[in-house]
Design a protein around this ligand. Structure first.
Ligand code: BGP
Length: 470
């Protein structure tokens, strides 16, 4: 018998900048990614999301494929500058119409929409006013969230505010690999605080709006293991886990920062500055659910003298697909090293499905029975093509093992309500262009972006039909 409850949401995920294209279509304003990806050195071989996979113009065809796949839910993000070209004020009705039509098309196929409000494409105009370092961006976010509730809240029941603070703040303000390409952890701490404030205020606005549904936050779930049993490696591992998990989950699930951890990093990075009222705002607006994005495990070592490594290699090798990634870490705190016994993807991400079971149970242990959605999970690879067919057996193996890991967590009492592999369709990888593929559907860039079902498409169709029986 399947471990998965009736009504479990078998889905798949994407994000606006990575699939839509139409970057100037019908009144859309520029985002920080539109600007950043046009800098020749910023992305892989100058690839960008100007056209992406043209989901903006081909969404009906894509939703038909989702229907054929049997998806029960689709996680996608709204492009803030498509709806509010300068971040606030004037609404772009053509952008509203696009998402409204997409939602209707999904519902026509009995696919439940799950909306992410912020998957990194901040309106450029707001960045020019200070971006997430400016508190006014949090106010603008609430205005944007309200607009979305008003226009789509009659049909959409599942909402998340932000996707992966650790990535857009970490790369935006520490490694510098994402816009605004700052390298200053103290600035990251404050920008991150404004994201939590924006989240809590948007949750409050959601509840005031009275629309039915649930609202949550999506975080990376990344397990850590010490390189050795030496006390300094074990302590470094605990610290990394605290920063990657507790710092980023506690504010949205407990309404406070982990004080002990902040005390440990204070001398290096400072602490978030609270405005009057922030404390109550965070405490009174906890999430209805948490979304977990799970890809890999990291092995952690002490880093007493090493330099702070500020390159982007931790999250991708910018195109080679086969280069070992450089070490990444913070001087005096920890660094990530290669696990000699680990099995790695072509992009040096360790495959470790047990970490998903353990991670889900660790969330339950720390935060109680908050409902969980696995909002991303997938294998980035250069898929083999044999006789014109995309034979992505490695992806099938990866996803099977992770589905089994979720089943284990459910059997041990966790409330997991849905699974959204990354990604529904091949799309733009932020720093790796179009060559790092994740989808069930292949996009042929040489043949006018034609869609083609991969082997994994037919496999996942059966998984869904059998409610997770493998
Ligand atoms: C997550 C993001 C996704 C997606 C995924 C794969 O961090 O939320 O948007 O990009 O990672 O990452 P990558 O494209 O770097 O392989």
């Amino acid at each position: 018998m399947s471990a998965f409850p009736d009504g479990f949401l078998w889905g798949a995920a994407t994000a606006a900048y990575q699939v839509e294209g139409g970057y100037q279509a019908d009144g859309k304003g520029p985002s920080i990614w539109d600007e950043f990806a046009h800098r020749p050195s910023a992305t892989y071989q100058g690839t960008n999301g100007d056209v992406a996979v043209d989901h903006y113009h081909r969404f009906r065809e894509d939703v038909a494929l989702m229907g054929e796949l049997g998806m029960k839910s689709y996680r996608f993000s709204l492009s803030w500058p498509r709806l509010l070209p300068t971040g606030r004020g004037q609404v772009n009705e053509a952008g509203v119409a696009f998402y409204s039509d997409l939602i209707d098309e999904l519902l026509k196929h009995q696919i439940e929409p799950m909306i992410t409000l912020y998957h990194w494409d901040l309106p450029l105009a707001l960045q020019q006013e200070g971006g997430w370092e400016a508190r006014s961006t949090a106010d603008a976010f609430v205005e944007y969230a309200r607009l979305c509730y008003q226009r789509f809240g009659d049909r959409v029941k599942l909402w998340s505010t932000f996707n992966e603070t650790v990535v857009f703040i970490g790369h935006g303000y520490i490694t510098g690999a994402h816009p605004p390409a700052v390298q200053d952890p103290a600035r990251a701490v404050q920008a991150c605080h404004h994201v939590f404030v924006a989240h809590a205020a948007a949750v409050a606005a959601f509840r005031q709006s009275g629309i039915p549904g649930q609202i949550g936050f999506v975080n990376v779930l990344q397990p850590h293991t010490p390189r050795s049993s030496a006390p300094e490696d074990v302590a470094a591992c605990e610290l990394a886990d605290g920063i990657y998990t507790h710092w980023l989950y506690d504010p949205v699930l407990k309404g406070e920062y982990p004080a002990e951890l902040l005390a440990k990093t204070q001398s290096l990075w400072g602490v978030p500055r609270f405005a009057p009222g922030d404390d109550a705002l965070l405490r009174n607006n906890l999430c209805d659910f948490i979304g977990l994005n799970f890809y890999k495990r990291e092995t952690v070592a002490a880093n007493p003298h090493g330099e702070t490594q500020l390159t982007a290699n931790h999250s991708g090798t910018r195109g080679s697909g086969h280069q070992p990634g450089k070490e990444f870490g913070f001087k005096g705190l920890f660094k990530f090293v290669r696990n000699p016994d680990g099995i790695y993807t072509d992009w040096d991400w360790e495959i470790y499905p047990q970490g998903l079971t353990d991670g889900i149970l660790a969330i339950k242990a720390r935060y109680g029975d908050v409902p969980i959605y696995i909002t991303e999970n997938g294998l980035g690879a250069k898929d083999p093509v044999i006789d014109g067919e995309v034979v992505d057996d490695d992806r099938i193996a990866y996803l099977s093992r992770h589905i089994a890991a979720i089943a284990d967590a459910i059997e041990q009492g966790a409330e997991v309500r849905g699974y959204y592999p990354w990604s529904f369709i091949d799309l733009l990888s932020w720093l790796n262009g179009y060559q790092k593929q994740y989808g069930f559907v292949y996009v042929d860039h040489a043949r006018g972006l034609a869609r083609q079902r991969k082997k994994s498409f037919f496999w996942y169709q059966k998984v869904i039909a059998g409610n997770g029986e493998l």
